[in-house]
Ligand binder design. Sequence first.
Ligand code: COA
Length: 152
Amino acid sequence: MKTLHDIKIEKAKIEDIDEIFALEQVCFNEDAFSKRQFKYLVSKANGVFVLVRRNRKIIAYLIMLKRKNSRHYRIYSIAILPEERGLGIAIKLLEFAEKTALKSSTHKISLEVGENNIAAINLYLKLGYQKVGNRSYYYADGSDALIMTKEF
Ligand SMILES: CC(C)(COP(=O)(O)OP(=O)(O)OC[C@H]1O[C@@H](n2cnc3c(N)ncnc32)[C@H](O)[C@@H]1OP(=O)(O)O)[C@@H](O)C(=O)NCCC(=O)NCCS
């Protein structure tokens, strides 16, 4: 049985991009990041890009970004392979995000989530995120995003 005990969170590296891109294709449609975007996010972006491995395989990732001088982090993307969902991996990654934020004395995280993405909305609500607004036509299919934040 799969558990959370045999997974490992580690920093993403350039050589992981092909596998992360494959995971992205399975998890998102038109809004999937390109390899070029991942390359930028791994190497240059001001933030934290981590992946989760079970044995050697990459099964999830989390990207959080912080603008210079900003007082909060933003969850830029989070994705879990379908066969690894429902085990608490997203919760583990978002707990990791809060710990990371606190290490830099940051006490707020914000994010955008698709208005129809029930799994993700439930996830964030469960962790105490609150809806604070929305962005119209945010996604490629024309749907809106909810803006959610959590202070801790
Ligand atoms: C949303 C996503 C990240 C959740 O990952 P996960 O590891 O399966 O989530 P967890 O197992 O940690 O679940 C935590 C909570 O999220 C909610 N949740 C997760 N999947 C759900 C589903 N299919 N339906 C309803 N609620 C769900 C529940 O509240 C769950 O708590 P519970 O198990 O006590 O009910 C995952 O479905 C995914 O990768 N989706 C595709 C990419 C995506 O949409 N990313 C978010 C972009 S904003």
